[in-house]
Design a protein around this ligand. Structure first.
Ligand code: G1P
Length: 291
């Protein structure tokens, strides 16, 4: 699969004031902005073309993936060539595309904006505010592709077990079995606890055939009066399409940067794993705990 779509238009209101004038996707986790981790995860599994669905206030994402000639020149002139390594990611062989979601009508509506970009090919959707695996080294998308090919799916979605109190924050699966790859019998967007069919939550990675667009065309506003991607997936299931789920592995954590609690956790875990600063940070944290 060569195409991926990264929706980044959301306002990030749960992270105010940090996100008042900068995109939440540009907040750093460890040394890199969140969205750079997401793009590197995708490149690692062979994605070559990335479409960002952006909105107002998100231009720093475009700047981040551009080559900044002035910065390169300044580093060279000041004898700081070693820092050029930190910019290597902007020379990777990926083509970036940007389009704006002109009205914030929901995640499903954002994905509809990718229609002519993807044409007739299957494509990956990776939410720009969620990381999978420490240092984003997960191969979840590769495993989803394996499932897609093995079962001839119309859609494959990654799922992760969440604690009960988090169930109402996510799209929740009704799986057919306990297998790693399972047929999805139903999916409900942000259910109340008593109507949740399981504790398996959408983990921010999807593969779709273009059939998703026909389903999105038919999707009426749902939770929060928004056009929900989850509701379009539900329509595909009702149409009899093969929709599968893939579970994250034990220990393969999903970091949802949508709120401060999980943002802080992600930052600390990535910083503790940092080659240069991790060990001393661990000591520092222990000293704070009086250990
Ligand atoms: C969106 C989806 C939800 C999914 C979640 C994953 O919700 O609507 O189904 O579980 O992303 O991060 P949001 O985080 O935009 O509220």
């Amino acid at each position: 699969m060569k195409n991926a779509v990264i929706p980044v238009a959301g306002l990030g209101t749960r992270l105010l004031p940090a996100t008042k004038s900068q995109p939440k996707e540009m907040l750093p986790v460890g040394r890199k902005p969140i969205v750079q981790h997401v793009v590197e995860e995708l490149i690692q599994v062979g994605i070559a073309e990335v479409l960002f669905i952006t909105g107002p206030g998100k231009t720093s994402i475009e700047n981040h993936f551009d080559i900044n000639h002035e910065l390169v020149q300044t580093l060279r002139e000041n004898g700081k060539e070693e820092l050029l390594n930190e910019l290597e990611f902007d020379r990777l062989h990926v083509q970036y595309y940007y389009t704006r979601q002109r009205q914030l009508l929901g995640l499903g509506h954002a994905i509809l904006c990718a229609r002519s970009f993807v044409g007739n090919e299957p494509f990956v959707v990776a939410l720009g505010d969620s990381l999978i695996g420490l240092n984003a080294e997960s191969d979840i998308v590769e495993r989803m592709e394996a499932c897609f090919d093995e079962y001839g799916c119309a859609a494959v979605i990654a799922f992760d077990v969440v604690p009960e109190n988090e169930i109402p924050q996510y799209g929740i699966a009704q799986p057919e079995s306990d297998d790693e790859f399972f047929r999805l019998l139903d999916i409900i967007e942000k259910p109340d606890l008593d109507e949740a069919p399981s504790n398996l939550a959408v983990a921010a990675r999807y593969i779709f055939t273009p059939k998703i667009f026909d389903a999105l065309d038919r999707t009426r506003p749902g939770k929060g009066n928004e056009i929900q991607l989850t509701d379009a997936i539900k329509l595909m299931i009702e149409d009899g399409e093969k929709v599968y789920g893939v579970r994250l592995k034990d220990g393969e954590r999903r970091y949802d940067i949508g709120n401060f609690e999980s943002y802080f956790q992600a930052f600390i875990e990535f910083a503790l794993a940092d080659e240069k600063y991790g060990a001393s940070l661990r000591e520092y944290i222990s000293s704070l705990n009086g250990e």
